[in-house]
Write a new protein. Structure first.
Length: 129
């Protein structure tokens, strides 16, 4: 579900699949990392220290039962911490290459917006003179 909003990037150009996966993983991590903070802000009485120590520091504590319909898996603290750090590594690997590709990206919508900005800035400077 986290990847669906970013699928347009891959539909427009299949070479952008790493960006799609990377941004989907960023959304997934934001859900895991900031859930405790948002819950604390909304309810007011949530122990953030226990939440983050269980989710970010590998332990053998059972966090929740993941019910897949056909099976139920006990998700332990070390599993969640490993998945968070693994997602960070994959994001870094996938998105690191984009700093070399961004000058060559050609999204039609972005190009037309850039042209509009350039023409608007030229018209402003001409009216100011």
């Amino acid at each position: 579900m986290y990847f669906i909003p970013f699928a347009v990037l891959s539909v427009m150009n299949l070479r952008h699949w790493k960006l799609t996966v990377g941004l989907g993983l960023v959304a997934s991590i934001m859900n895991d990392v900031f859930y405790g903070l948002l819950r604390s802000a909304m309810t007011g009485n949530y122990d953030l220290g226990a939440y983050y120590s269980n989710w970010l520091i590998p332990k053998s504590t059972v966090l929740f039962d993941l019910n897949l319909g056909f099976a139920s898996i006990q998700v332990q603290s070390w599993m969640m911490a490993a998945s968070i750090y693994l997602r960070f590594a994959v994001i870094f690997i996938f998105l690191e290459g984009w700093k070399y590709l961004t000058p060559n990206m050609h999204f039609p919508g972005c190009q037309s917006l850039k042209k509009q900005r350039i023409s608007n800035s030229k018209s402003r400077t001409q009216t100011e003179i």
